[in-house]
Design a protein. Structure first.
Length: 237
């Protein structure tokens, strides 16, 4: 029982190296570390139950940034980001991750929780794709964190989960998000009318995508070549 509980809490992440898990490839793994031009060190690691306190505090603090661009919540913002809400959210994600449908990751900056990257709706077979979504705590805005996190997440989807295609959507007025995705090589593919219910109403979204045959170099490789980041030897942050 104790071992099962520890597993549920997300103990024991492994480096994203070697053979992948047959049921949930890419889950439970942490990426390599990048050092950005700002001096920040960043990696992605598995979301764990212990992240709940930071998740609640940061998302409640950043309501003004997050609520206008995220799916509508039925309760108040505070209720949707309470410890009670976190428990349900985490264990639902964990169950989906173990089934191979989602890979929830933490953006870790200098060892601290700084947001999330989620690789969701993972599909196999003739589709072989997922979507990528992310948010970054406002304390880390305008430091290249979102761009680096998106690059690491996209690389993870191709190299560890083994997918053919990664998609993303963003609100037409959210040019900053569009630029983050463009830095990783995502191209515009379409315009989705009334696509998602965001902050109380149906909103249009821009659809972007990247396929493995367009993936000539890794997304992190593009960042490194541009001088925006360098790889850190080992996994220390």
């Amino acid at each position: 029982m104790l071992a099962k509980f520890r597993k549920a809490l997300g103990a024991g992440p492994q480096p994203a190296l070697g053979p992948v898990h047959p049921t949930h490839p890419g889950w439970g793994e942490y990426t390599g570390t990048l050092e950005l031009a700002s001096g920040d060190r960043l990696r992605l690691r598995p979301l764990t139950f212990r992240d709940g306190k930071d998740w609640c505090l940061q998302r409640q603090a950043d309501r003004e940034f997050l609520e206008p661009v995220e799916p509508t919540v039925e309760e108040t913002w505070a209720q949707a980001h309470s410890i009670a809400a976190w428990r349900g959210y985490f264990f639902t994600l964990r169950q989906s991750a173990e089934a191979g449908f989602v890979v929830p990751l933490v953006i870790e900056v200098n060892g601290d929780f700084a947001g999330q990257v989620t690789l969701g709706n993972i599909q196999r077979g003739i589709v072989s794709e997922c979507w990528i979504g992310y948010w970054v705590f406002s304390q880390y805005h305008r430091r290249g964190i979102a761009t680096a996190a998106c690059a690491l997440g996209t690389d993870h989807a191709f190299s560890r989960i083994g997918l053919h295609r990664v998609t993303a959507t963003y609100l037409p007025e959210n040019e900053a998000s569009g630029k983050v995705l463009a830095h990783s090589g995502f191209r515009k593919e379409g315009y989705l009318k009334s696509n998602l219910h965001i902050n109380g109403r149906w909103r249009d979204h821009v659809l972007v995508a990247l396929t493995e045959d367009e993936f000539v170099d890794s997304c992190t490789g593009r960042l490194i070549a541009s001088g925006a980041a360098r790889r850190v030897t080992g996994d220390e942050v």
